[in-house]
Design a protein around this ligand. Structure first.
Ligand SMILES: [Zn+2]
Length: 494
């Protein structure tokens, strides 16, 4: 029997005659799991709830949401008796059939047999009928009602950067100067492979501010990139009302809104794809949550598939990753092309080091067409104009006796510094504008040394290292036969 993963669910019913304790229920679940090659990832236990709260069954709700999530963390849910899983037959049938049909998750009672034969198939038909009945109800009026409420609610709330409320109760309208920031963020992320830090730094260097009038941080960029408002959608049910804690993605509801989009749906989807790829561990299974900084970059020389990592342990207990071709394990690729991360890390670092030392680098220059051309020069010039206005203002304040001479001097110094910064950026723009090969080589060499500093340090997370590498490396191909490693460098240019 193949290995399967499960959640266990334990509930005490006060009405049941043949009650057994939560501990005994758990023990029976674990025994069953052991016999049937099932790994229990978590036991959800409904304890100490009474009265109204018992109706809500928070542990049950959490387990169902997790079991239904896209990552498909478990294949089954184990209960002692079906009566523990649901409080009545109707509820049980609905949850069981929805889990089975939509998420391929079985609910198994460890003390009751599965129903076989004609009676079993009759129950199945009933289940299907119930299923249809429930989904019609859910998709129809319930959903419509929820959406209307949410739309009203979401349009009453403070709109995100890029929008403002013009008329109360109406969809928000676009603020062009802010929408420009949103476009820059999505384009840099999707087309230039920039990471959150770089985007934040870039925006701050241009003097842009968040909706709270603060400099951009990693978090603000991450939040904006995930906000479907920007492609014309609305999202609700993302956070818990009382605690603001973010709910599981499977519980979010996203639908078309009535406001104007700032970016295309296509660009938004591309950003989500990259985000998912870089930042969410695949599944909740322990082996898959370990992510190496080379994850996703290694390709099989025989079939082109991405090599996947699994965690291995040395005798001394240290862990490392072993990369191999997924196609091989499926019988679709002739060779495993396996390699240990301990060898790979050294090889990749020495490859980068060699590029830095010699200045020799082969790379592909990948141009992309910006959907909207961001005119950095115009933005900087606007800021210069703004500074001129401020200078007039402080002069006036001093003349009218509002500011002292010292205050005037201090203010003037700050403005001068700001002016210098902008002028420096403008002159750098003039230098970096030509696009010949020499410039590109210098640019990528600079990037390689920056990335090397990040990757070779132990101060950064694997995720951060991985994002850094992706800015300069398209793929890495390791050939076991010849024991060679080829790094395909890339430079993104608009
Ligand atoms: Zn392969």
């Amino acid at each position: 029997m193949p290995q399967r993963y499960a959640y266990g669910y334990v509930r005490v019913s006060t009405h049941d005659q043949e009650e057994i304790s939560p501990d005994s229920q758990e023990k029976l679940l674990r025994e069953y799991a052991k016999k049937n090659n099932i790994i229990i990832l978590k036991i959800f236990c409904e304890l100490g709830v009474s009265g109204r709260k018992a109706d809500k069954r928070p542990e049950f709700q959490e387990m169902i949401a997790s079991a239904k999530s896209k990552e498909h963390p478990v294949d089954t849910i184990l209960v002692w008796k079906y009566s523990r899983f649901a409080r009545n037959q109707e509820e049980s049938i609905v949850y069981k059939s929805l889990l089975k049909k939509q998420n391929n998750v079985d609910v198994i009672s460890v003390s009751e047999p599965l129903v076989d034969g004609p009676f079993g198939s009759l129950i199945e038909r009933i289940i299907e009928w119930m299923d249809e009945y429930y989904s019609i109800r859910l998709s129809g009026e319930v959903f419509r009602g929820m959406k209307e409420n949410a739309m009203r609610g979401s349009y009453q709330a403070r709109p995100p950067l890029g929008y403002r409320i013009q008329e109360h109760g109406k969809p928000p309208v676009i603020v062009p100067e802010e929408a420009r920031i949103i476009k820059i963020i999505f384009e840099k992320y999707v087309n230039e492979n920039s990471n959150f830090f770089d985007i934040a730094r870039y925006l701050n260097s241009l003097g842009f501010k968040t909706s709270h009038n603060k400099p951009f941080e990693r978090r603000s960029i991450e939040y904006i990139l995930q906000n479907p408002t920007y492609c014309g959608m609305i999202r609700w049910n993302r956070t818990k009302n009382d605690t603001n804690e973010i709910k599981d993605r499977s519980e979010w509801i996203i639908a078309d809104g009535e406001h104007e989009a700032i970016i295309t749906k296509e660009l938004f989807d591309k950003a989500q794809e990259r985000y998912k790829h870089n930042y969410t561990p695949k599944g909740a299974r322990p082996a898959a949550t370990y992510k190496h900084w080379l994850s996703g970059l290694l390709k099989c020389p025989d079939c082109g598939r991405t090599l996947t990592a699994c965690t291995k342990y040395r005798r001394n207990g240290d862990s490392y990753s072993y990369f191999s071709c997924f196609g091989y394990s499926k019988g679709k690729c002739p060779k495993p092309n396996g390699i240990s991360s301990m060898v790979l890390e050294k090889d990749v670092l020495s490859n980068l080091q060699n590029v830095i030392d010699t200045g020799n680098i082969d790379f592909e220059l990948r141009h992309f067409e910006p959907v909207e051309i961001v005119n950095v020069r115009a933005i900087l010039k606007e800021r210069l104009k703004g500074i001129a206005v401020k200078e007039e203002r402080i002069k006036a304040s001093y003349r009218e006796g509002i500011d002292t001479l010292d205050e005037y001097k201090d203010n003037k110094k700050l403005l001068l510094k700001e002016r210098d910064d902008i002028e420096r950026q403008l002159s750098e723009l003039a230098d970096g504008n030509s696009d010949n090969t020499q410039d590109a080589t210098a640019a990528i060499l600079q990037k390689v040394s920056n990335v090397y500093a990040i990757v070779s340090s132990d101060q950064y997370t694997n995720t951060r290292k991985n994002a850094a590498l992706r800015q300069i490396i398209d793929k890495i191909v390791y050939n076991r036969q010849t024991n060679t490693l080829k790094v395909f460098y890339i430079l993104y240019r608009s």
